[in-house]
Structures are given as structure tokens and as C-alpha cells.
Ligand binder design. Sequence first.
Ligand code: NAD
Length: 451
Amino acid sequence: MTDRYQQFTTSAAGKLLVKRLGLPEPTPLRRFKSGAPALEGPVLVGGAPGGRLGDAITTAAKAAGLEVQTSAPGEGSSGPKFGGFVFDATGIKTPEQLRELYDFYHPIMRKLGASGRVVVLGTPPETIEDPLELVAQRALEGFTRSVGKELLRGSTAQLVYVATGAEDKVESTLRFLLSAKSAYVDAQVVRIGTHGGAATEPEDWNAPLAGKVALVTGASRGIGESMAEILARDGAHVIVLDIPAQGGDLAKVANRVGGSSLQLDITAADAPQKLIEHIKTRHGGIDIVVHNAGITRDKKLANMKEGLWDSVIQVNLASQLRVNDALLKQKVLRPNGRIIGVSSIAGIAGNTGQSNYGTSKAGVIGMVDAFAPKLAEYGGTINAVAPGFIETQMTAAIPLFTREGGRRLNSMMQGGLPVDVAETVAWYANPASGAVNGNVVRVCGQSLLGA
Ligand code: NAD
């Protein structure tokens, strides 16, 4: 689970060799530390004339403790590097006006510090009637994805489409993207809409989940364990769930995060009801459900026994739908509740030997698509994360050369950590993220797979 190559590249001998041979040089990513500033350096905010998000961007950035600047430094100035560049592109109505992006970003690109952030905000193309404006807004995606590939030293670029009417609901997303919490989220398109739960500002942004109850399945180790830690850090009581065979490790996680444990095979026919009884008797209801439990049973389709197919579909997809159904029908998910799925880039790009897994993980994306309108009616949200290569026991088991490929073939030239997925889940779970509904955000460092 350690990236020995990256450790080597930070040694004196390693640095020399990497330079001489032109080898990949992954920059250690800056991750969240309590008390540390969200970004190193001020944020420069700009926008095309007629944009509608300038005030919302400035308010959110200032609330996050960031220093906001609105005029770019002169050509050739040698001031400190910037922590981020945010551009309101909602005023761009024609392809010619896309030049506004060039005019803002071109002179300042060399002034972005390490682990810096580029964020562009636009209007969701699917909500636009005028064809020229739709084309121009759709074009923003190619801009941010390309910039993401050009940025070095752990910096990221994202596009946030904000529906008209959702201008006051951007804060939790900007706080996430303009911070070290989004270290391994790169070149993603986030949609903030007008349909979803309420975007309720937390009393304390350092403990936004205070008073909330969260469930994380498959939480005895790996990514689920980290999700439990981060949701607990943010103030939630976390119920960690895993199969009975993992009971020992599960209890340790529950104790460490001050939560409670539930040993349950999520695929058992009576699992949804057992889960609901547990939640109802102990907590009355639940606010956040993270369907993290997942398995791989890899074989090429020609060699795959039916049991390998069935078990993966059951754990990774079918059981989750049964649990959701019970939670919603019996109203155990509280208003402004969150359902969060865990997909995978294998569900987007496909993977040899993973027809069962890829099917199940693409199904998780389908689950988000199908249920986002229903959750909006209910007053909650459903979203998913799609991790790329994350350093866990699951990926440590991959043969060396395939593993090195998966690890390096992304803009960060390294694997992500479980905490990177967990921070993304915590952003979805935030009560202020009520307008973030129906998203699938990849936590993959802009992996080349399925890009
Ligand atoms: P992991 O194998 O370390 O953890 C998965 C956990 O799920 C285990 O503790 C396991 O006991 C539990 N689980 C399995 N079947 C269960 C069942 N029937 N009922 C209850 N719990 C069950 O895996 P991980 O790497 O931490 O992955 C977590 C999630 O992230 C999975 O859904 C996985 O598919 C997904 N993912 C991981 C990566 C990666 O790079 N590690 C990439 C993409 C997606």
C-alpha cells in the first residue's frame, strides 16, 4: 500500500535520476490538516461580463478564510504564487466570448502555486435554450479538462455548472474544491441544481455533520474505514457495517471513531429490515448512507463461473437498491438525507477481467441517475464517487506492472489515498450540499482511463 517509487523520487539520488531519465515526478499532494489554511496563497477571482456568480464566489472564498483578489498581477510581477484562480463564465453566451477564458487565464498560468486550484463556473448546457450559448457553455468542459492536463505539481482544474436560481447554493462545493480536501479530484464536472435537498448552512463548518447519523458499509478497512473517520471528524455518529468475519477490525474502527458497529452481510435477504430495525431502535432515523461495501471477483468472461458474476452484482449493486427501497419506503432516511454510492472508473472505462465488476459499478451510476429525481422529491440527494487507483489492500493485490500502470496513468502520476474518496463523500454529506444531486465525481487524479 506504499508507493515506493514516489518515495524514491523525493530522495536526493531519486531526484537526480528522475531528471536525467525524464521519469514521472509525482508531487506529494497537499491534504487537509486541521488548522492549516485551505490553500497556500490568495485566490484570484475573475469573470466574463454579465456573469451571475461573482458575489457568490467571493462570499464563499472569504468564508473559507481565503484571501480574495480581483485584479490580476501585472505582466512580469514577481509576487507570491496564487492558491487558486476562479472564473465565473456564466456571462459567456457565444463561442467568440470564450476568449474571456483565454484573456483571464493565459497571463497568470505560471503564477499558480503547488497544489493550486483552477475552478471555472458555468451554466448547465442542458438548461439553456439558445444554441450559441449552449455551445459556448458546453465548450467549458474541454477547457477545464485540458488545463487539468497542463497543470503540474499537484494542481487541479474543475468545472462547476450552477443552475440559474442555485447561485446561493455554491458554498459547500467551492469550499471543497478550493481546499486540500479535493487533492485527488481533478478535471471533474460538478452540477449544482435547483432540485434536491435544502442547502442548509451548518452552524460550524468544522463540524458540519454534528447531530447527524451516518452509515458506512464495508467500513472495517480500506476506503470505508477512512470514510468513517472523516464523517466522524465532521461530527457525525457513524454506524460502521461489515460482514461478521470482519467483526474484530470493525469493532476497532467503531471504537476509534466513537461510533457503533453492525455485523451484517448486506446481501442477506433480511439485511435491509435488520438494518432498519437497528437504525430505528438506536437512532430513530438516519441522515447519511454510504454504500461503500464492494468486492471484485475478476475473471475473463469466458472463464467466469456464474457465482462470481452473481456475488459481485449482489454486493456492489442489487443489495444497495434493496436497502434504498426500504429506507425510503419506511421513511427511515431523514429529510435532507443523503445516499452516496461508490462506483469506479472500471464502471466508466471498463476493465479486462472485470465484466461483472464494471457492470455493477456502471449500475451504481444508473442508480444515481434513476433516483436523483426521487430523492429530490423526498428532500434529499443521491450522488456517487468513482474512485480511480486508490492505495488499498484491493489495489495492492494487483500484479506489479498492471499496478504501476494504474498508479501513474493520471495527471497526478500517483495513486490516491482512501482519505481522498472520504473527503469527497463528506462534501456530498454536508447539509449545505443539498443542491448537489445526481453527480458522479471521479476521484482519480484525472486518470487517462475512460477520460
Ligand atoms: P476493501 O476490500 O478493502 O473493503 C471492502 C469492504 O467491504 C471489506 O471490509 C469487506 O469485508 C466489505 N464487504 C464485502 N462484502 C460485504 C457484504 N456482503 N456485506 C458487508 N460488507 C461487505 O475495498 P476498498 O478498496 O476499500 O474499496 C471500497 C469501495 O471502493 C468498494 O466498493 C470498491 O469497489 C470501491 N473502489 C475501490 C477502488 C480502489 O482503488 N481501491 C477503486 C474504485 C472503487
